[in-house]
Design a binder for this molecule. Sequence first.
Ligand code: COA
Length: 224
Amino acid sequence: MNSVFWVAPPVGFVLSALNRREVRPCGTRDNCDDVEFDRAGKRRASSSCLHIYPGFSMSAILPVYLNETPSHQPIIARINEEAFGPGRFVRAAERVREQGPHDPRLSFIAILDDTVVGSVRMTPVIAGSVSGHLLGPLAVRPSFKNLGIGRELVRISVAEALRRGSEGVVLVGDAPYYGPLGFEQVAARLSFPGPVDAARILVAANRDDIQDRLHGKIHWRPAE
Ligand SMILES: CC(C)(COP(=O)(O)OP(=O)(O)OC[C@H]1O[C@@H](n2cnc3c(N)ncnc32)[C@H](O)[C@@H]1OP(=O)(O)O)[C@@H](O)C(=O)NCCC(=O)NCCS
């Protein structure tokens, strides 16, 4: 069985996040404007509302992290569309991802209250002499931001990639967000199939020679 099952560890983080976050009870058509209902009045699986009922147990709001499967494809597409809009297809990192499939063994979803609320994908790439992975897209549904879900998706996917022998995980993103998760700016020039701000090209690896070996054109490679 290839699937990896993770239950969110940062209980303290979630507790502190809840203290900061305004959470309101919801779950009926009348008192929740975030919930989506079908014609029969049944709540849709893609609803973005956090259902906190009186007497809820804290474990009910801990996300569960699972490997994505083909059945998650539609909801992941919706989450990415919601996060990045139509412009996502012209982004340089997306152009690399279009060259070949991502690796579902290293790609994870976050589930909360039976709803997929976040996703991260990993695509196998090669650059210079590094056989590594490109992380992204990473997205968390708006109603579930700031609960630590994005960081946990990054941690899990990077740990799993490195555990399976990836020589480095590259991404295009904001250093203030990814720096505390072990990412540093790529020192050499790494070229993508489109313009990218070099300060946003980051890498995480557990080997010292990564910066020397990571350079040139980044492109897709088949997963091992
Ligand atoms: C970026 C994103 C995935 C973060 O998910 P999340 O689950 O809300 O993130 P976390 O809860 O783990 O972390 C939240 C913290 O990161 C901070 N943060 C979020 N985006 C950030 C960014 N771009 N740069 C710096 N800090 C950021 C938040 O302010 C918050 O800080 P705090 O803990 O001090 O309050 C989510 O906001 C999202 O889907 N955004 C739209 C898509 C996107 O930009 N994806 C990343 C592309 S590189």
